[in-house]
Ligand binder design. Sequence first.
Ligand code: GUN
Length: 292
Amino acid sequence: MAVLINGTELAKKVKAEVRLGAEAMVEALGEEARPDMTLIVFEGDPVSRSLVAMKARDCEAAGIVPTVVELPDETTEEELFALIERLNADEKVTAILCQLPVPPHVSTKKLLNLISPEKDVDGFSARLDGDITDLAACTPAGVIRMLDEYGIEVAGKHCVVVGRSNIVGKPMAAQLLMRDATVTVCHSKTRDLASFTRQADVLIVAAGHAGLITADMVKDGAAVIDVGMNYVEGRLAGDVDFEGVSQKAAFISPVPGGVGPMTRAYLLKNALRLSAEKHGMGGTAVGSRPNE
Ligand code: GUN
């Protein structure tokens, strides 16, 4: 039976680290240095609104000041981009997030390119030629912390990532490569997916397909991280058949209670990090690095 990777408990620890870091910033530099986050959301999408409300509550609990900007769905691309440019230029604004998806008349690619990398709290602009000390996208950063915390080594191991999205699969593969893993990325067009997943020492699944990974697709003793968030009959479910796979794997993260809370915790970690860098306290002083 696999060891359960408890993302809920680990996220509490990460949030406590952020809170301590935020208070250390304030103690050293005054209340103006308190980390902040501006969260933009289109008001017609109830799921996005509730996610942003949760993120804002997370900020408050961690000593970060949230500002939520709700935009009517009719907001034009030009108006949104003008807002982003204003926030980029505003010295008081340290961290910016625009909740995705945005309405179809807004280009996601242009939007994400416009948010200044110094303020990109999602870490979506993390560069492929970066290294492990750079700010990383929240989900991959959270997954790496889960692996570290449970003593799961990736260097020299075969890590298989299922999913190639810009916000999870690709940056996840990059993070693993930076840590000397051998990485295979599979996706919806991969032929004979099981032949790859069975080779994985560490299997990270971010396909958005409930029950995609069954026990017969997993090597004995593998570590399996489930990034899937699917709603099946109104309930949250991952991409991995938890019951079956947990009989075979050595480690498994559940859904809910696995990667999800860690993504949210690493958003806070990134906000602290951006704030620390802005105030010349980047790095270890406030524990703001992704994997501290
Ligand atoms: N929509 C779903 N997940 C995310 C995320 O991590 N960041 C943003 N900005 N939008 C999202």
